[in-house]
Every structure is written in structure tokens, then in C-alpha cells.
Ligand binder design. Structure first.
Ligand SMILES: *Cc1c(COP(=O)(O)O)cnc(C)c1O
Length: 345
């Protein structure tokens, strides 16, 4: 245990947006001739690109997202980065990007977070340091094929809560006009292309007054898949139920919440969820790193609305899970699952 003595950056920590704020450093690795270079910290926030870089033309790009926190006793910790490292390898395999070794990924996180320690929001502000690793194919090329060279960059930026309104339920819309993923496509991989595919559905939901879009499975349009940027969880009595599907991204937040739910004595089910089952849920949540859990007040499906609880306040199970996870992240309760990696100053 160690108390950080860093002088913090002059920011309004309690009122940070979920956006980009420039920090002191990012770290970069370059892949060429079959090997990754040593990581280099730079304060340059721009990349110089070639007009024929294949990531620009063919979307050969994958990314990750996780957070660092300052704990109650002054340490800086990152939540489950090994899982992000492994998931980036899975995403990379799908789009023929060379794997980034787990040790290299973790070393990059250590270095870039330590170098930006003054941007890790102080304990008890509700803010955190968002960590965004991104890998993309470079090297002039026009013919289709995997790139010959790659850039791996980890940038960090302090962020406030994802939803400014706090832990308050929002209305969701099932978008069945557009798909964000294909049955054996890229839905299970964290690649930028999924987000491009989801933008129009997101716009469509927003225009109708729904802050969040929910997708059904792209093959039969019968089962719940996931929200545009977060997994679906449903609470029914003592059950924690989450979809099993080949077109959803395996969320580390969902995995963590499910482990906690089982530990609390709940029954965890991972299986296809028929859209008709929505009427059975007491609580529904959208789960991911950005917001941990966004409680869902109601889901609109064609001309029907499914409402959860009183449709205005978060349910008791979601609230309990949310509080427990966020307290583990900030060291308020013991990290009994071994999820925190400490950053050495
Ligand atoms: C990143 C992401 C999630 C959430 O995953 P976490 O590891 O919990 O942050 C969910 N769905 C999609 C499509 C994602 O890209």
C-alpha cells in the first residue's frame, strides 16, 4: 500500500464530461517485420497517417476500454485489465491483426497511467481515468489484405459519469429497422466497425426520445442480443439472466456482476432470452465499463411497452450490484475477487 503524493491537475473533478480531455502522455508501439517495438511515451496527441493506410479504407481496427481509479487509501488501481488484454487478442484474431502479448498490454497500461497520475480523478468524485487502447493497420496499401504494419496506442482521459442524471432509469427502444451485427459477423469482437453499424440505429432511437437502443439477434429477430454499447441483464426474482448469443460482445462488467450475483446467492443463467420474456423481469440493466449499470425503466417493442419496477427508480438488486462493484473499484470494500491491478508510481 502506498499513498500517492502527486499534485493533481487543475480540473473540475466533480463536473467532468464523458469526453476527451488532453492528458500529458500516450504510449505507442509499432509492429513491423513480425515484431512489436518497445513502447514510447509521447505528448503528441496526433498521428500522422498515410493516405493509403488500410485502417482508413477497410476498417482494420480494434479497441478496448477500461478504467483506473484512486482508492480510498490513495492507491491507483485498474479494474481487470488482464481480461481486456485477452479480449483484444480475440478481437485481433478476427480481423487478422497480430496479437498484442498480454504482458506488453499490461506494461503499456502501467506506464501510461503512471505517467498521467495527476489526471487520475481524486477518490470520491465519481470520476475515473478512462483507458483506451486502440490498434490499427498502417503502411501504404490499396489491394485488400491485412496490413503489413500496425500502430498500437493507449490513450487516457479523465471522465465523469456516463449519464449526468446519476443512477436513474432510462427508456430503451428495440431497433428492428437496422442491425448492428450479423449472425457470424463481428458483433462478438470489439471493433470500430460495430459502432459505425450502430450509429444510425442510435440516431433513430434518439430522435424518438429513447436514450438507448436495444438489438435483437440478427438471425431470427426473436431473442435479446444487447444494447448498442452495453450488455443486457434481467433480474427475475432470485435470477440474474443474461443472453447467450454469438453476436454480442462479452462484457467484462457483465462477467463481474454475474460473479458477484452468484456470490450473493443468486442463480445466474446465460441463455437465449426470447423477447416475450421481457414481461417476466423485475429489473433490466444495460451494463458496461462506462456506466457500470444503467437501469432500464421500460423497453418499447413495436407498439408494446414493457415496464420494469415502477419505471422511475432503480430496482433493489441493480442498486446493490452497482454499489458493490463501484465500492470494490474504489477500495471501499475488499477486492475479494482479485480484480484490481495496482499501478506502481
Ligand atoms: C465494450 C462493449 C460492451 C461492454 O463491455 P465492458 O467490458 O463491460 O466494458 C458491451 N457491448 C459492446 C458492443 C461493447 O463494445
Amino acid at each position: 500500500m502506498k499513498t500517492q503524493t502527486t499534485q493533481k491537475a487543475d480540473l473540475d473533478w466533480k463536473d467532468l464530461p464523458f469526453g476527451y480531455i488532453k492528458t500529458d502522455f500516450n504510449i505507442r508501439y509499432h509492429y513491423k517485420d513480425g515484431a512489436w517495438s518497445k513502447g514510447e511515451l509521447t505528448s503528441d496527441a496526433t498521428v500522422k497517417m498515410h493516405i493509403a493506410d488500410p485502417c482508413l479504407h477497410y476498417g482494420q481496427e480494434a479497441f478496448e476500454g477500461m478504467k483506473a481509479f484512486e482508492t480510498k487509501d490513495g492507491r491507483i488501481v485498474v479494474f481487470r485489465p488482464i481480461e481486456n488484454a485477452k479480449r483484444l487478442q480475440v478481437s485481433s484474431d478476427r480481423i487478422l491483426v497480430p496479437r498484442i502479448p498480454v504482458e506488453m498490454f499490461l506494461e503499456g497500461i502501467q506506464k501510461v497511467v503512471a505517467a498521467n497520475a495527476r489526471f487520475v480523478p481524486p477518490y470520491n468524485t465519481g470520476a475515473s481515468l478512462y483507458i483506451r487502447p486502440v490498434v490499427f493497420g498502417v503502411g501504404a496499401q490499396i489491394g485488400l489484405g491485412p496490413a503489413k504494419e500496425y500502430e498500437f496506442i493507449i490513450l487516457v482521459t479523465p471522465v465523469g459519469p456516463y449519464y449526468k442524471g446519476g443512477f436513474k432509469p432510462v427508456k430503451a427502444l428495440i431497433v428492428d429497422e437496422y442491425d448492428r451485427a450479423a449472425p457470424l459477423g463481428m458483433g462478438a469482437y470489439k471493433v470500430g466497425a460495430n459502432y459505425a453499424a450502430g450509429l444510425l440505429g442510435y440516431e433513430y432511437a434518439h430522435q424518438q426520445g429513447y436514450p438507448i437502443a436495444l438489438y435483437l439477434d440478427p438471425k431470427e429477430k426473436k431473442y435479446i442480443d444487447e444494447f448498442g454499447t452495453s450488455n443486457f441483464i434481467g433480474i427475475a426474482g432470485n435470477k440474474y439472466i443474461t443472453p447467450k448469443s454469438s453476436s454480442i460482445l462479452p462484457s467484462i462488467t457483465n462477467d463481474s456482476l454475474a460473479i458477484m450475483a452468484a456470490d450473493m446467492g443468486m442463480v445466474v443463467e446465460k441463455r437465449p432470452i426470447d423477447v416475450e420474456e421481457l414481461k417476466n423481469f423485475d429489473e433490466v440493466g444495460a451494463v458496461g465499463t462506462a456506466a457500470v449499470i444503467t437501469p432500464i425503466a421500460s423497453i418499447q417493442y413495436k407498439d408494446r411497452a414493457f415496464t420494469f419496477g415502477d419505471g422511475a427508480t432503480a430496482g433493489p438488486v441493480s442498486t446493490k450490484l452497482y454499489e458493490k462493484l463501484t465500492k470494490i473499484q474504489t477500495g471501499e470494500i475488499d477486492d475479494t475477487f482479485g480484480w484490481l491491478e495496482e499501478i506502481k508510481a
